[in-house]
Ligand binder design. Sequence first.
Ligand SMILES: [Zn+2]
Length: 269
Amino acid sequence: MRTRVRPISPRQTGRRRRRPDEHYVLQLQRTIGNRATTRLLRQPVEAPPKPAVKKPEVLKKAGVSTDDRVNDKTAGLIQAALEESVELAPYLKGKFPKYAITKGFELHTREDDFNEAVKTIVKKNREPMTEKQRAEAYGKVGGFYDRPSNKVHVRSRTKFGHAVHEAMHKVASPAFHGFWGDFVNEGVTQLFADRLLVEHGLTEVTDHEYKDELACAKKLVALTDWQTVAAAYFTADMKLLNAVGRKLKMDTNGVHDAIAAGTLCSRLS
Ligand SMILES: [Zn+2]
């Protein structure tokens, strides 16, 4: 048997019920009482108020700027800034206390102490060197993150914005670096360091050495959106890889090969 489709009356197509007019409201109040009327009125016409989103303010309140030098308060401030971040909140769930910035943040107050750390921990250089040689070789390093020990190292003249970059490595998913490699990883790390600073009313870092890497990270954002890149970076979500694969008409191995060959970013025009 066939069923006829009833045409929809114009009244049913209205997206929202209109607010009852005053006369009708008065009539209702007389019959069922004020309290019940208020309840009836509120339900269909007013959306529940959204909880007020607290604007991140911890860095502004502390009076810190992107180009300030780090000090013994830096780790605590970055931790507070991450915890206050509205943008990053969905991606940082469950990261703390294990990956807390305040745990494993070493500020080397002696220049040579930091240079020695770069030599042995980052460069794995066992050759004997003088203090001057270490300064010449590693004097430009602003900070680093040591993955095996899950520690951030900075020196007294490291700038706050650079410390935020190193701290970002700590809360990132290790799987992101594992698949996307150093180049993309550094760019995306800088991208989220800048986003966190800007969300807190500070300026982006301008004196980093990741211009090309950051440009590549921005291509990934242009292809998807920052949330997709964030999900990949912080939680190893697969949507970013799938989007890149679709764009380049490649499977996972193909994307991986392009990363290894250093051609990924130029293909993502
Ligand atoms: Zn880095």
